[in-house]
Design a protein around this ligand. Structure first.
Ligand code: PLP
Length: 431
């Protein structure tokens, strides 16, 4: 028989019981105890201890996030913004509480954050609600070469429907944006610039603050994809000065199906709804419907309330750990990984930007990326192989696929050594 839920539900924001930071007696983070917060990292794969190096794809979840989702369903589950009863109030608070936490975490106003399923939804919202009604023949959308498909395809759809043109902002061999060419490309016909904060393939950190400042001078609206930035460094959206900033919850210790679009209030006010339904209206009559104010105008239907309860716990966790600590830790892991991979003959790393996040795409002479990843999996190592939803970027390098290792703060230096040893082994197997 299953246990009954406790009669006295704990408060919605239970005291933080995440990582013990800093805890090793020298004012440094105790990374071993941080790692212990992630239950999944204890498992084995094919009889080997798991080495999870696919964090750019999705991150693992600390126990406090898993418990927040579980606790939400056990104690608070109801729908948001509809019911006057106690559970409805608690569910609404779980959801809206996360909006406030995200706003504080990213230094923006809560009423400028549209909660949604993630970056893909967020960028499509800008494409359909901001760009489609505004762009037309003769207009240009500038898109950087290093974008994820989520920041390319919506703009191609807009171009198809409006007659606008998509133009590529090119990169140079080391995987950085050609900033001079980008500046020159900001001509009067350019209405929108889509650029990633951090590349999911190369790890390149783009100088989005400078880029957005320049774009603003030319009256160009900027859409920044923050999917790979928000989990790994302190992001201050207000300081970046963009028009739109999209990110996803599942890469930042939160549940899948969560994320948000931040947009300047004046854009949100001027944008028509993307989806119609409940929650996004003030009044509905067959004679005409009055839409809700933003951000609710863009949040039609029942949201992923449990997921956002979990994302709130993830934000608490990251804040407690400290984004500066996370950035330093991942920089050390990246330096180790890059150095260790450099000792393997015939291994080539794509991207050598001076400012780089812990994402390493590599090729090994004579071995296909999928074969490497499949054999590494048998050694317990999870890396991604393929085109990483960035076909145009791989076309630039003239390669069909790469392996990508992306450690996170909870990974260890020992895991890097074990990974590189496994890579040597599978490479021998592949001849
Ligand atoms: N943009 C970048 C840079 C990404 O790495 C990803 C996910 O891999 C996405 C967009 C898409 O995110 P989601 O699938 O959560 O919408």
């Amino acid at each position: 028989m299953s246990a009954l839920p406790p009669l006295d539900p704990p408060p919605l924001d239970p005291p933080f019981d995440g990582p013990s930071v800093p805890a090793n007696g020298h004012g440094k983070v105790d990374w071993a105890s941080v790692r212990a917060d992630f239950p999944l990292l204890l498992r084995e794969v094919h009889g080997k201890p798991l080495i999870y190096f696919d964090n750019a794809n999705t991150g693992q979840k600390p126990a406090c996030v898993i418990e927040a989702v579980d606790g939400y369903y056990r104690r608070h589950n109801a729908n948001v913004s509809r019911a006057v009863h106690q559970l409805g109030t608690e569910a609404t608070e779980a959801y809206e509480g996360t909006r406030r936490k995200l706003a504080r975490f990213l230094n923006v106003r809560a009423d400028e954050l549209v909660l949604c399923s993630g970056t893909t939804f967020a960028i499509n919202l800008v494409a359909y609600s901001w760009a489609l009604p505004r762009l037309g023949p003769g207009d240009t959308i500038l898109v950087s070469r290093m974008e994820h498909h989520a920041n390319i395809v919506p703009w191609q759809i807009v171009a198809e429907r409006t007659g606008a043109t998509v133009r590529v902002a090119e990169i140079v061999e080391d995987g950085t944006l050609d900033l001079e060419a980008l500046r020159r490309a900001m001509t009067a016909d350019v209405k929108l610039l889509a650029v990633t904060h951090v590349s999911n393939v190369l790890g390149t950190v783009n100088p989005v603050r400078e880029i957005c400042r320049e774009a603003r001078r030319h009256g160009i609206v900027t859409v920044v994809d923050g999917s790979q930035a928000v989990p790994h460094r302190r992001v201050d959206i207000a300081a970046i000065g963009c028009d739109f900033y999209a990110f996803t919850g599942h890469k930042m210790c939160g549940p899948t199906g969560t994320g948000a679009l931040w947009a300047r209030r004046e854009h949100l006010e001027a944008m028509p709804p993307f989806l119609g339904g409940g929650e996004m209206i003030k009044e509905v009559a067959f004679g005409g419907t009055v839409y809700n104010d933003p951000p609710q105008r863009f949040e039609a239907g029942t949201p992923n309330i449990a997921g956002f309860a979990g994302l709130g716990a993830a934000v608490d966790y990251l804040e407690r750990l400290g984004m500066d600590h996370i950035e330093q830790r991942e920089a050390a892991l990246l330096a180790h990984l890059t150095q260790a991979l450099g000792t393997i003959d015939g291994l080539r790393i794509l991207g050598a930007a001076p400012d780089k996040a812990a994402v390493v795409s590599f090729l090994v002479e004579g071995a296909h990326a999928h074969d490497l990843a499949t054999l590494l999996d048998l050694e317990g190592v999870a890396v991604r192989s393929g085109q990483h939803c960035a076909h145009p970027l791989l076309q630039f390098y003239g390669v069909a696929a790469t392996c990508r290792a992306s450690p996170a703060f909870y990974n260890t230096h020992d895991e890097i050594d074990a990974f590189v040893a496994a890579l040597r082994k599978v490479r021998r197997l592949l001849g």
